[in-house]
Design a protein around this ligand. Structure first.
Ligand SMILES: NC(=O)C1=CN([C@@H]2O[C@H](COP(=O)(O)OP(=O)(O)OC[C@H]3O[C@@H](n4cnc5c(N)ncnc54)[C@H](OP(=O)(O)O)[C@@H]3O)[C@@H](O)[C@H]2O)C=CC1
Ligand SMILES: O=C1CO[C@H](CO)[C@@H](O)[C@@H]1O
Length: 383
C-alpha cells in the first residue's frame, strides 16, 4: 500500500463549518478511517495545516486533535510548496481575496459557498483558476444528503413521470440574542459583512434544482428582514441590515415550477429543517435531510373539499418511507473524498468555481428581483 500525503491549508477552521463539518467530520474522519483508499494500492492521507487569524484558537484546536501544523500567516502558508490544496471556510466576505491569493500561488482550491459576494467576483475566480490550471471545487453538500440522494434515485428511476413542481421549505427560528443567545453568527444578519439568507441559501437552491430537476431559467423573489434588531455575540444590540427571509419562485427547464421559502424567522412545523415536496404525474415525494417519503398515483387519495366536516383522512400516514438501501456518510466528507480523488487521480468533477458562480448569480438575481419587484431571466454564464 502506498500512502500519498496531501497537505491541505484549512482557513476558517475556527468557525462553525470549518471546524465541525470540514475539519472534524471530513478530514479528521478520513484520517480516523486510515485515509482515503483509492482501491488501487494507494491511500490518500490528508494532512491539515490549520490557518486563521487567532493564534490561541488555532493552537487550542491543534492540541485538542493532536495536529502539528498551524499558522496565522496565510501568505507564508501559500508560499510553502508542500501545500497541495487551499481550503476556505472563512466568512463569505473574506473568501474572494484569500482564494485569489491561493490561485496566484498555484494551489488547488476547495471552498465554501458563496464563492464571492458578487457575480463578477465569482466569475473572475473561476477564470483565474482555469487560467492558472489549478483544480478547483465548491462545497455543494446538499447533493450528498441522504434525503436528497434518495430523491435523486427517484428522479433517475422515473418514479415521478413528468415532474410538475417542487416546493421547498427551509428554516427555523434563530433567536434574536437578547433573552436567549442566537444560534447563528451575527455577521449573517449584516449585509455589509456578507450576510443575508438569499446570499446564503440561493446558491444551495441553484445546484439542488439544477442537478435534480433542471436548469433555473427565471427567478422571482421577495426578500425581507422580519427581525430588524438583534444582539451580537457580546450581547450588544445591532441593526439587522440583511434579509432574514427569502421567498422565491423559480422556473426550470421542462416547465417545472419550484417555489422555495427560506427563513430564519419561522418556527418549525415539519419533520426536518428543510423539506422538498416534488409532485409528478405518476407520484410525489417529500424529501428532507435524511428521510424521503413517497406516494404513488395508485395510492393517491381523492379528497373532496368540505370545510363543514372534520378531516378524517390520515393524509400523512398515506405515504411510504423510501428505504436507505445502503449506508450514507457525511455529505461534506463524501464531497471531500471526490475532490481529493479529482486532485490526485484527475477523476471527473463538476462542482467547480463555475458551478459556484451560478449559485452567486442566482442569489444576486434574487435580490435584484425583489428590489425591482419583477421576475428576472437567469442567463447562462460564460466564463
Ligand atoms: N455548506 C453549508 O451548509 C454552509 C456553509 N456556510 C458557509 O461557510 C462560511 C462560514 O460560515 P460559518 O462557519 O457559519 O461562520 P463562522 O462565523 O462560524 O466562522 C467564520 C470563520 O471565518 C473566520 N474569519 C476570517 N475573517 C473574519 C472576519 N473578518 N470576521 C469574522 N470571521 C472571520 C473566523 O475566524 P475567527 O475564529 O478568527 O473569528 C472563522 O474561522 C460562510 O461563507 C457560509 O456561507 C455556512 C453554513 C453552512
Ligand atoms: O449554507 C447553509 C446551509 O444550511 C444551514 C442551516 O441553516 C445554514 O447554516 C447555512 O448557512
Amino acid at each position: 500500500m502506498t500512502r500519498q500525503t496531501v497537505r491541505i491549508a484549512m482557513n476558517g477552521v475556527t468557525g462553525r463549518m470549518g471546524y465541525r463539518q470540514h475539519l472534524v467530520r471530513s478530514i479528521l474522519a478520513l484520517r480516523e478511517q486510515g485515509g482515503l483508499d483509492l482501491g488501487d494500492g494507494t491511500v490518500i492521507w490528508p494532512e491539515p495545516v490549520l490557518v486563521g487569524r487567532a493564534e490561541h484558537k488555532l493552537r487550542a484546536l491543534a492540541e485538542r486533535h493532536g495536529l502539528e501544523h498551524w499558522n496565522t500567516d496565510l501568505d507564508a502558508v501559500l508560499a510553502d510548496d508542500s501545500i497541495d490544496i487551499y481550503f476556505d471556510a472563512q466568512v463569505t466576505a473574506a473568501r474572494e481575496d484569500a482564494v485569489k491569493k491561493a490561485i496566484a500561488a498555484g494551489k488547488n482550491l476547495y471552498c465554501e459557498k458563496p464563492t464571492a459576494t458578487g457575480l463578477d467576483g465569482a466569475l473572475e475566480l473561476a477564470r483565474l483558476a482555469d487560467e492558472a490550471g489549478v483544480k478547483h471545487g465548491v462545497v455543494q453538500d446538499k447533493l450528498f444528503l441522504p434525503g436528497l440522494l434518495k430523491l435523486r434515485r427517484l428522479v433517475e428511476g422515473g418514479f415521478f413521470g413528468r415532474i410538475l413542481s417542487v416546493r421547498g421549505e427551509f428554516g427555523y427560528w434563530v433567536f434574536e440574542g437578547d433573552w436567549q443567545s442566537a444560534q447563528r453568527p451575527s455577521w449573517n444578519y449584516r449585509a455589509e459583512d456578507g450576510g443575508g439568507i438569499a446570499v446564503d441559501m440561493f446558491p444551495h437552491w441553484e445546484y439542488v434544482l439544477h442537478e435534480l430537476f433542471g436548469r433555473v431559467r427565471t427567478v422571482q423573489a421577495q426578500v425581507t428582514t422580519h427581525v430588524p434588531r438583534r444582539w451580537d455575540e457580546s450581547g450588544k444590540p445591532y441593526e439587522a441590515t440583511a434579509d432574514d427571509a427569502a421567498y422565491g419562485i423559480f422556473q426550470l427547464d421542462g416547465g417545472i415550477v419550484a417555489q422555495i421559502n427560506s427563513s430564519w424567522a419561522v418556527r418549525v412545523h415539519r419533520d426536518e429543517l428543510v423539506e422538498f415536496q416534488v409532485d409528478g404525474t405518476e407520484g410525489s415525494a417529500v424529501a428532507g435531510l435524511r428521510g424521503c417519503r413517497v406516494q404513488h398515483r395508485a395510492a393517491t387519495p381523492k379528497p373532496v373539499w368540505n370545510p363543514d366536516v372534520p378531516t378524517t383522512e390520515p393524509f400523512r400516514d398515506q405515504w411510504q418511507e423510501v428505504p436507505d438501501n445502503g449506508a450514507f456518510d457525511s455529505g461534506f466528507k463524501a464531497q471531500w473524498e471526490l475532490f481529493l480523488r479529482h486532485v490526485v487521480r484527475d477523476e471527473p468533477w463538476r462542482w467547480d468555481l463555475a458551478a459556484g458562480a451560478r449559485g452567486v448569480q442566482l442569489a444576486e438575481l434574487g435580490l435584484r428581483s425583489s428590489a425591482e419587484g419583477r421576475r428576472l431571466d437567469v442567463p447562462e454564464l460564460g466564463r
